[in-house]
Design a protein around this ligand. Structure first.
Ligand SMILES: [Zn+2]
Length: 364
């Protein structure tokens, strides 16, 4: 299964800037600079995991070294591009600071940096998870960044910018990566499924994308898990079983019943979900998160950026409509009731009971 996930991730790794989804602000700035041949010697890529930092770092390494680059895009055909694509280049040095705190690498880097690139125009050092470097390693790096040789480019990537010393940050051109909106991840996964000649229902794709939580790489890896079943027609039910989660629509229906103040239907719904074997703790968490979104969009629809990574356009519309049908005070009451249910459910003899109580309390 691991194999399958890796295959998907590698197979569809973008080979040009135009293939990257999201991060438009970064691509725009980088490609403009490349087109004008304005290349910095140190870049800092910061943002959540799986949002494309190392992918863009590799593309940048290719673009600066490409012998036949057009409009800032690497040609992917010249010897420089091919060497990098095949992972064979001695001039693209990737250091994972998470697995090794980097002391030896930094020493090697300091000694090796004086030498010109072997084959390429630039030596590119990509230091992933750079916040994990030791103090000594950071000091060594800082010395290098103070006077970088003309043939060297550093790309530092981190998920925890607050752990990177200010002295390092100030020497780099900084780019902030964002989580991807749900719609974009759905689009990407749907494209991959098509390439793989697999049909997946849209709600199933949306559920996979939701669980990726804004990280396209996680989405691709979950899609790999689902496709490992070797089923060519994948349904929502199958994805729910594999991921062990319920669909947002299960939560949506519960809220609808509560808006209608239909106790009976709401309690029946909870018991149905439980009977289907879904984890009620997870379901309660999803319900709280869902109510939070109703609240956010009711308070101010312009706050939709806060929920973009978790909702498609259609889902957002449903949430806004549900919010219109609820008084703010009722909504707050519901959130408190579900939070309380969430606290009690772990200790309850009947896991449905705290949720049932929450429903009755809110509907009466
Ligand atoms: Zn090229």
């Amino acid at each position: 299964m691991i194999q399958e996930q890796l295959v998907l991730y590698r197979k569809y790794r973008p080979q040009s800037f135009s293939e990257i989804i999201g991060q438009e602000h970064i691509i725009q700035t980088l490609t403009n600079a490349l087109a004008m041949n304005r290349i910095a010697h140190a870049y800092l890529f910061t943002g959540p995991r799986g949002t494309g930092k190392t992918t863009i770092a590799r593309l940048l390494a290719k673009a600066v070294n490409c012998q036949d680059s057009k409009k800032a895009e690497p040609c992917n055909k010249c010897p420089a591009c091919q060497e990098i694509s095949q992972g064979k280049s001695l001039d693209l040095i990737e250091i994972d600071a998470a697995s090794n705190r980097g002391i030896d690498e930094m020493r090697e880097l300091r000694d090796g940096i004086k030498f010109s690139p072997t084959n390429l125009k630039y030596k590119v050092f990509v230091i992933d998870e750079c916040h994990q470097l030791t103090k000594e390693a950071f000091n060594a790096l800082l010395k290098t960044l103070e006077e970088p040789p003309a043939h060297a480019i550093f790309i530092l990537a981190t998920t925890e910018i607050h752990k990177v010393p200010q002295t390092i940050i100030s020497r780099c051109q900084r780019f902030d990566f964002h989580k991807l909106p749900l719609d974009k991840i759905v689009e990407r996964l749907s494209w991959i499924a098509k390439q793989e000649k697999v049909t997946i229902e849209k709600p199933a794709l949306e559920l996979i994308a939701l669980n990726a939580d804004g990280a396209v790489r996680d989405g691709e890896s979950l899609l790999g898990q689902v496709m490992a079943m070797e089923d060519k027609q994948i349904t929502l039910e199958e994805v729910q079983t594999i991921l062990g989660v319920t669909d947002i629509r299960a939560v949506q229906s519960l809220i609808d019943f509560m808006i209608e103040k239909d106790n009976g239907q709401a309690i029946g719904h909870i018991n149905q979900i439980s009977a289907q074997g879904y984890d009620l703790i997870q379901f309660t968490k999803s319900s709280i998160n869902y109510l939070r979104k109703i609240l956010i969009l009711k308070v101010d629809p312009d706050l939709d950026k806060l929920v973009a990574a978790e909702l498609t356009k259609e889902q957002k519309e449903v949430i806004i409509k549900q919010g219109q049908k609820l008084d703010q005070s009722d909504l707050i009451k519901m959130i408190h009731a579900f939070v309380q249910a969430g606290n009690e459910i772990k200790l309850a003899d009947f896991p449905q009971l705290p949720l049932e109580l929450a429903v009755v309390e809110c509907c009466s």
